[in-house]
Design a protein around this ligand. Structure first.
Ligand SMILES: O=P(O)(O)OC[C@H]1O[C@H](O)[C@H](O)[C@@H](O)[C@@H]1O
Length: 441
């Protein structure tokens, strides 16, 4: 089981900057438990994903796995989760395995051009993922790929798998009109809480990663995160620790630093979850993606001696599965020889702990999540743990952690300029802003 060590949030470890047991008394666990138990928000459906039937995902995963290329079109919650699974569980995938995976999660025309130069659509299955069925970026790339398939006289029904809402939206309509292969994202499950649905699991199955194992991880940590005793519940502790750190000690920033290259996309997945779920009504915590040891050599200085506004969350890997010894050479050079006889695994683990101790010694709070190893089972635990912790943090802030009203205005202004019906007034607003006096150098 993954474990959370929050000692370095407490006064015993970091002195006056830390929290006390008493501070945690203000956390109303009864209220949180009630919200979860009564499923006050329909979006809490993500809690049940590990019990869902995955037979269709497996069937389509097998089908997709026969292609040379798997092209995923999606953005935000429809791309960050699948990318985390790919990188964590099949690193350097495209150098070693089929199908090669391409995740196009932007509308950068250069990326699309370069990608289409290296993939042959005849040998490609395209998985379009969009919960709403209306995200401009995803729809635009979907339309481009659709046309290209047609131009090559390829059968759309054999090349496209749509992952979207079970009933609503443009993509569901297209699925029906053209009899396309499709998978549902359960109605109540929002994009950033959807990685353990078909959103992440189809790609997992297509590249030979067991969706059952991912879901078993989630299942096994579930009960622990439902414990009503704050001190026994890692999700409650994580969210209330960070919530109190902001409320009492003004720590507004959450740094996420996994000590593994393979978890770099995971820290980006976490950042969307934390940012979009909590950042509203003037509240929230700013997430900051990072990776160790790399960022010790670019960011740690700021965390140690910069503004006292951060809590650093270490993801510490207990067993990397492999190790590489550092050879016993240059023994007569003191500057190098101390490394001889040690290993990279030892070095990365020691560096993680050293950073943690250095921060704590300096009165800078941190949390360490200990992960036995990086595999599908523990990744499933991590996804589920952070999703629950994020929802709980939202309840502590008394906000709805499942919506994102703040992104609508930008979308509406874009619709207006792209000529979508009903947005004409916004177009004028856009142009007026564009023409305002600018301060440019
Ligand atoms: O899956 P989709 O409906 O296409 O949404 C993709 C993403 O776009 C939106 O703008 C939201 O802010 C994100 O929460 C969401 O994950």
């Amino acid at each position: 089981m993954i474990r959370i060590d929050f000692s370095n949030l407490m006064q015993g470890a970091i002195g006056k900057n830390g929290l006390t047991d008493d501070d945690f008394k203000s956390i109303d666990t009864k209220k949180i438990t009630e919200i979860i138990k009564t499923r006050k928000y329909p979006e809490l459906e993500f809690l049940d994903l590990h019990n869902a039937d995955t037979s269709k995902i497996k069937e389509l995963g097998k089908y997709a796995g026969r292609f040379e290329n798997f092209l995923l079109l999606g953005i935000g919650g429809s791309a960050l989760g699948p990318r985390s699974i790919l990188e964590a569980l099949s690193p350097f995938h495209n150098f070693k395995n089929k199908p090669r995976v391409f995740i196009y999660d932007n509308v950068d025309p250069l990326t699309l051009k370069n990608m289409l130069e290296v993939i042959d659509l005849k040998k490609t299955v395209v998985n379009v993922i969009t919960k709403s069925g209306s995200t401009a970026e995803t729809i635009a790339s979907f339309m481009i790929i659709w046309k290209k398939l047609q131009e090559q006289s390829l059968k759309i029904q054999e090349h496209i798998i749509v992952t979207t809402d079970p009933e609503k939206g443009n993509l569901r309509k297209i699925v029906k009109d053209y009899s396309l292969m499709s998978l549902p994202i359960p109605q109540g499950v929002g994009g950033r809480y959807s990685v353990l649905s078909a959103v992440g699991l189809l790609l997992a199955e297509a590249i030979g990663i067991s969706s059952d194992t991912l879901l078993n991880g989630a299942k096994d940590i579930h009960d622990k995160c439902m414990n009503t005793d704050l001190w026994q519940n890692p999700a409650y502790l994580f969210s209330s620790g960070l919530y109190l750190m902001q409320k009492i000690k003004s720590k507004n920033i959450t740094v996420m630093i996994p000590y593994a290259d393979r978890l770099k996309p995971f820290s980006e997945w976490f950042c969307q979850l934390w940012a979009e779920s909590l950042g509203k009504d003037g509240k929230g915590l700013t997430p900051y993606p990072s990776v160790g040891t790399t960022d010790q050599h670019s960011q740690l200085q700021l965390w140690m001696q910069g503004p006292e506004d951060k809590v650093v969350v270490f993801l510490s890997i207990e067993d990397y599965g492999v190790d590489v010894n550092i050879p016993e050479i240059f023994l007569d050079m003191e500057g190098l020889s101390y490394l001889s006889g040690h290993s990279l695994g030892e070095l990365i683990r020691i560096e993680q702990e050293a950073s943690e101790i250095a921060l704590a010694k300096n009165g800078r709070p941190c949390i360490t999540i200990k992960i036995p190893k990086i595999d599908a089972y523990y990744l499933g635990q991590l996804f589920h743990f952070f999703e629950i912790a994020t929802a709980v943090a939202g309840f502590l802030y008394d906000i709805n952690p499942f919506n994102q009203p703040g992104v609508e205005e930008g979308k509406n202004l874009t619709y207006a300029m792209m000529g979508k019906k009903g947005y004409e007034a916004k177009r004028e607003e856009f142009i007026e802003y564009r023409q305002r006096k600018r301060f440019e150098a």
